[in-house]
Design a protein around this ligand. Structure first.
Ligand SMILES: [Zn+2]
Length: 236
């Protein structure tokens, strides 16, 4: 019982809930909405639900601690890209075996990381910096501009605990922001519309990137494997 009490405390103590809530911003509602927008007409409803559940699960507490590569946090840029490639490989491997569930789950994990790239790195600012004067509209953003993705200037927000955890407690946010350095997750993230006009670019880029990742699958899979993955009847 004592143990249970402790677990309860650990799960619901303010700092832990704050950490849990971290991606909760871009996380739960926004990741889901972006994934639905990108894939809603491309995969069957049951495939979509599994993909979304796996995407959202990356932001659960166990996916937050020690997994910077899931979210491109703490400058885990190469590790984030590697994670995406790895999950793409798992989609392929899963489709070579009977069943399709693990292919959808791997793709769900992939989409989470791909989406976080735009919310947690300076990609959007770097892209906008190329267009001084009147900026292009969010739907015009190129989510895979090679020179930016491979730029040595690309970086992501660092998690400074406990300040970055306090940032997620609404009434402590102001205090946290006063002390957080400019390269912190709290200062850099584009997790929600509260972060200002750059959020719309992060969202547009994340949706386009999700579609792009789906298109890669169509290219690398055989037509039979691709049909199995989409779980839809081919059109003709
Ligand atoms: Zn995340």
């Amino acid at each position: 019982m004592a143990n249970q009490g402790l677990n309860f405390y650990l799960l619901f103590s303010p700092v832990n809930s704050a950490i849990y809530a971290k991606s909760g911003e871009m996380l739960v509602p926004i990741h889901e909405e972006m994934t639905r927008t990108a894939l809603g007409s491309r995969v069957s409803p049951r495939a979509l639900e599994v993909i979304i559940a796996a995407n959202r699960k990356q932001d659960a507490l166990h996916g937050q601690l020690g997994h910077d590569e899931y979210h491109f946090d703490n400058n885990a840029i190469d590790a984030g890209h590697r994670y995406i490639t790895e999950q793409r490989g798992l989609v392929l491997a899963a489709l070579l075996a009977p069943g399709v569930l693990s292919a959808w789950i791997a793709f769900g994990r992939l989409t989470h990381t791909a989406q976080d790239f735009y919310a947690h790195t300076n990609y959007v600012s770097m892209w906008l910096d190329q267009h001084p004067g009147t900026p292009p509209t969010p739907p015009e953003i190129d989510p895979v501009q090679k020179s930016l993705i491979e730029s040595p200037g690309i970086r992501s927000g660092k998690i400074y605990l406990p300040l970055d955890a306090l940032y997620f407690v609404p009434f402590l946010r102001k205090i946290a922001l006063a002390f957080l350095p400019n390269d912190s997750h709290g200062k850099m993230n584009l997790d929600s519309s509260k972060q200002g006009p750059h959020f719309a670019y992060a969202r547009a880029a994340a949706i386009k990137r999700t579609e792009y990742e789906f298109d890669i699958l169509e290219k690398i899979l055989t037509p039979e494997m691709f049909t199995k993955f989409t779980d839809l009847q081919p059109e003709n």
